[in-house]
Ligand binder design. Sequence first.
Ligand code: ADP
Ligand code: MG
Length: 697
Amino acid sequence: MSADINALDAPVTSLKGVGEALAAKLGRLRIASVADLLFHLPLRYQDRTRITPIGTLRAGHEAVVEGDVVAGEVVRGRRRSLLVRLRDGSGILSLRFFHFSPAQQQQFQPGVRVRCFGEARAGATGLEIYHPEYRLLSADAPPVEDHLTPIYPATEGLHQTRLRALIEQALSLLDEQPEALPDWIDSELRRRFGLPELHHCLHVLHQPTPDINPAQLASGQHPASQRLALEELLAHRLSLRQVRLRIQKDGAPRLPSGRNLQARFLTQLPFSLTGAQRRVLDEISVDVAGETPMLRLVQGDVGSGKTVVAAMAALSAIAGDCQAAMMAPTEILAEQHFRTFRDWFEPLGIEVAWLAGKLKGKARLDTKAAILDGRARMVVGTHALFQGDVHFQRLGMAIIDEQHRFGVHQRLALREKGEAGGLTPHQLVMTATPIPRTLAMSAYADLDVSVIDELPPGRTPVKTVVVPDERRPDVVARIRHACAEGRQAYWVCTLIEESEVLQCQAAEATRDELTEALPELAIGLVHGRMKAADKAAVMDAFKAGELDLLVATTVIEVGVDVPNASLMIIENPERLGLSQLHQLRGRVGRGSTESFCVLLYHGPLSANSRERLAVMRETTDGFRIAEKDLELRGPGEVLGTRQTGLAQMKIADLERDAELLERVAPLADALLLSHPDASQPLIRRWLGEEAGRYGQV
Ligand code: ADP
Ligand code: MG
């Protein structure tokens, strides 16, 4: 290959012996270029660099062993096997083969010297290795390996030996053309941040010398793996920053004068704002008075009153002759927000529109027309708001509720809705899932954060009890009692099967069962497969107090607000994540009566489930719950990885590498200061061409 072609950027097919079929298999491992092979790091290592005396071997150890065959014979135990006894002077070991050929059986004549590799285990004859890799040795035995043997993530039809050979080829190319893979963290920065050099790290990780502890390498604690993980986190951070810069390059409408309208709104509210709400609103006012688009995340526990904050932000846009849009992740929630906003805004003479996927035909056309000609000043909806056929006259404020369900890209799509009017809307993102600080630093690096750290007055914390399924009759009695006192209750059926159909059927069965057990109560049912209008009708009836008990699937998880409901039963809570349970539980405890949450589990519980339910019983602090959730389930689950892109990390592990996150921000700052041009190639290296392009303005 000629030196002016970058051998590492070339596709894998440029390597010897790689055709389309193999390239396709590599593609399954997300390896497209030669450089991608270099970043395909081992999962773990085997130590084949030394021969272990049989006498020092322990069960569970993987080792290379060398010895002379004492006997090789077919034995008939429960399963027929070939048993080879091997002796090396320090002890005796058995090799056992359950599958073997006559030729193999012939090989193991007494006195033949064998070198083998495998994991020793306690077997019928003492220590045994099942199906070892082995070779017969002649007088001039080849040397053992001179470095630890990497074990790579592999895929069907693509085995370790093949991968190893390809990666070795890539490493030789790297040695020939070191400049083809620049270390974008230059020597000065490496010195300041105490980081090893890139090529050195790659060599260490693919071909570690025997003095390196394989366990340290595999656990990601070795400086070489830490350096690569840090570089990956850096790339993610730079990419988010780029998104932010790209958004902020555009002008936003200045919205300095919402005061009058906001004041009129506040006087008609039945309550006054909490200090925390006022503080967050002040932060928002400062943002929207400027010419750069606001990018703000409002974090507030379930029930902390984020909707009012959203309404106030919307009013600042409406007062500034712009439209405001609020997007919610589910139809139920969008519908509820629509009603809330209509009740709040129509008295102020502001038209509120609703848009969701299910809105069809003429109603949809009318709504779209009202959005386009600006009659609809406030628009509430689901992600249907993103669709290409929805055009705003002049969108000034885009509000996204329950952010963890949407990704950066969807937020950008909403931003583009403002472009027709030559403006980039301000963005307000609201979430009840408190994001642990370390995650906030990476996933939300492009947002400023405000926190509503105070609940409205008069709330009593929800009391939570954990009850086994056998005590269902007691729980039913409790509902009867609560409803007799004029209170309302939820009964939440969680996912029993992976299928939504079955889940809805289960909810129907529960409704029937409860209707029979509690004939004096009015019981409603709401689940994901009902028509939007039917769902809304049931929710309305519950809100109006016409229903005593609402049986529901987890569709009610987010945002539903019925203050008179003070009892919630959650069936099979062990199936849900903590944050989800916290969200659900947040549906009660919204009024001033004491509220209860019954976690009705189906035993026996695993240790992990027991621990999770105990957390729910002990605390109502959303932040603690989120941290515990992170600890017990990992960031992917907690944040809904697909959307955030965090699952796609190749090397970094947000939990394991939490410490590294602290170093990412200063490293990013330093890099942008000294080498702004390194940002783009780093993003491309770790997030792909797509993300690289995406950042171009
Ligand atoms: P969340 O933050 O979970 O979205 P909501 O905005 O739905 O919370 O508010 C929960 C409930 O608290 C609603 O009934 C809302 O009207 C009420 N609320 C909000 N702010 C206040 C306040 N300052 N004082 C009293 N009640 C409030
Ligand atoms: Mg809410």
